[in-house]
Design a binder for this molecule. Sequence first.
Ligand code: NAP
Length: 273
Amino acid sequence: MAVPPYNPFAADCSLRYVLITGASMGIGALFAREFAKNGRNLLLVARSVDKMTLLAEKLRLEEGVKVALCTADLNNPQSPDRIYKFCCDAKIEVDLLVNCAGLSQAGEFSAIEQIKLEEIMMVNMMALTKLTRLFVPGMVKRKNGGIINVASLGGFQGVPGLALYSATKSFIITLTEALHEELKERGISVVAVCPGFIDTGFLESSSHKRADIRLPIYKPEIVVDAAIRGLKNNRRVVLPTLIDKLLVFSQRVASRGMAIGLAGFFAGIRSER
Ligand SMILES: NC(=O)c1ccc[n+]([C@@H]2O[C@H](COP(=O)([O-])OP(=O)(O)OC[C@H]3O[C@@H](n4cnc5c(N)ncnc54)[C@H](OP(=O)(O)O)[C@@H]3O)[C@@H](O)[C@H]2O)c1
């Protein structure tokens, strides 16, 4: 008998938890608000304990859901195992994993410190992969679960000025596509959401000058809406805006060189030399 597709708002999910990494601010915090509004219990993961505590108190009070916190630095290779153990010890059953934590550094590849390169790879790829590996078996056992991976429009081609970041997001898209196929018959939806530029503190923390960006900068709500719609419809990859869709579609007719050049032009990162 075919396993029904995963519905994150089904009644039988009400005792389980949505684990959201990068939940202290930006897109991750908005995912938390949206899932809480729909009655889902949450496990928030990030480093900023004060921000998460404030958010958790607000959501408990306003939405009446349970909100657990697990402070973790995903740049630490032990963190995914520690988060998983935290869930086992607290009897927190995770049926939806939202891998949202991520970071970037705008500029020439050769100017980025080694330690920053490692941090970007560790948080964007390694932590996401390990968390997925840890939580998928429980979903498979229950024949029910979902994973939202926050990738980027930058993951569809290399982006000059964002070389490593775009490579990590390509990794996420590729991993998601394969896992989507592996798990779709088992009641598990896996989707990558691939936004363009979004109005959060991310641009400032990655030293990406807003004035130089040659694409619209959208509100984070569009990312959350598109991801949840994609999850419910069991889509593999979702592009939140019409511009995102046009840019990806245009790659079918443009040369690879042109697509990469255009991506660099739109990102607008100027060489400091
Ligand atoms: N904003 C954009 O233009 C844009 C576009 C496309 C894709 N995205 C993707 O969207 C996701 C969320 O970005 P955002 O815009 O919401 O950025 P943001 O506001 O800067 O939030 C980033 C989140 O990641 C967490 N994080 C970063 N490093 C971490 C670490 N070492 N350990 C644990 N958590 C860590 C941060 O928490 P703490 O600092 O509290 O640890 C924060 O909650 C990222 O994956 C990003 O690549 C963003």
